[in-house]
Design a protein around this ligand. Structure first.
Ligand code: GLN
Length: 334
């Protein structure tokens, strides 16, 4: 056995320990309160390295919670569509872990934090396994390259259908975002080619980058993101459609990687303050999963220096506290 083999099956069934989400009235009240409070924050900058994203209004702000029972709560711009960007990464990783098994997925991609920005080339040079993890661009493009399918189109279909199952509705490509990012995509192409040089790319690198760019250009609302994260929080069953999307084991692994690397080089601070697995994206979305309770998502385009939504981070910090979501919080037995 090498260090990447899966552990022995436990002799007794694994126990799952979770609480429940607060009652609906309280969730809605606190969500509205978080919206009103953080709509007043005007910090951070809208991303501009993908030309079309620079046009997003800094005033957009939406919040959504979806419980594992399928209740939906929203505040602000909950129906506004934006490109999913890096929030696609955990869901594509989930599809790959499901198809290959979690042990092979770890061996081919890696699951450790880089401590460096999401599109770092230096991280590839510094880490022996090169790809680092599925939440930074290097590991994410490698993950996309592992999606089942012999052609780029087949892989794309697999991803679009898989992410649509997570969302419980058919997600569509934003053609303008895709064109804009394709025209400014040299760095990701370089990362994919560099990985190919290290035998850590599992499909033709430029085609894999193109499929990755398409996956980032899928349009979602903040409510979609909350449904998608609620599916990960619900052991792989979409609480709205009741469809099983991936196994409970896959969810457990995906959430572990998110806790480690979902907020890039701020992942440690995020876990320290919020205590939940989460993923951010450059268009301003953040999805957060509270296992056994539900999914929380925020959307607001202005970002901090690590590329995470400023209002999203503040609102999630508050909601994790007031809704009692932090995974590490416990009371003494006395
Ligand atoms: N499509 C973007 C990129 O690869 C996604 C980055 C992000 O959301 N942080 O550059």
């Amino acid at each position: 056995m090498n260090s990447h083999s899966s552990p022995d099956e436990p002799a007794t069934p694994v126990r799952v320990s979770t609480g429940r989400l607060a009652d609906g009235e309280q969730v809605q009240r606190l969500l509205t309160e978080a919206y009103e409070r953080y709509a007043l924050v005007h910090e951070g900058r809208v991303a501009d390295y993908i030309p079309l994203l620079a046009q997003a209004s800094p005033d957009l702000f939406g919040l959504a919670v979806v419980s594992v029972d399928g209740d939906i709560f929203t505040a602000g711009d909950a129906d506004y569509e934006f490109s999913i960007q890096s929030v696609s990464k955990p869901f594509v990783f989930a599809l790959v872990a499901e198809a290959l098994g979690h042990a092979a997925a770890r061996e081919k991609i890696g699951v450790n934090n880089t401590g460096l920005p999401f599109n770092s080339v230096m991280a590839i040079e510094l880490n022996d396994d090169r790809t680092a993890n599925p939440m930074v661009n290097a590991g994410a493009i490698a993950t996309t390259s592992l999606i089942p399918g012999d052609t780029a189109d087949a892989k794309w279909q697999f991803i679009q259908q898989g992410l649509s199952r997570f969302a419980g509705r058919e997600l569509q490509l934003d053609g303008e975002v895709y064109a804009s990012e394709t025209a400014s995509n040299r760095r990701n192409q370089g990362i994919a080619k560099l990985l190919a040089g290290y035998d850590r790319m599992y499909f033709e690198p430029l085609e894999a980058t193109d499929v990755y760019t398409r996956q980032c250009s899928l349009n979602v609302t903040v409510t979609d993101l909350a449904v998608m994260s609620a599916t990960l929080a619900d052991g792989g069953i979409n609480p709205i459609t009741q469809q099983r999307v991936v196994s409970a084991d896959t969810c457990k692994r995906v959430l572990a990687v998110l806790a480690t690397a979902g907020l890039y080089e701020h992942s440690g601070e995020w876990l320290y303050d919020i205590g939940l697995p989460a993923k951010s994206g450059v268009s301003g979305g953040i999805m957060t999963a509270a296992p056994g309770k539900g999914g929380l998502a925020t959307f607001s385009p202005p970002l901090d220096s690590a590329g995470n939504s400023v209002r999203g981070r503040r609102a999630t910090t508050m909601l994790s506290d007031v809704l009692g979501l932090n995974l590490f919080a416990s009371k003494s037995a006395e």
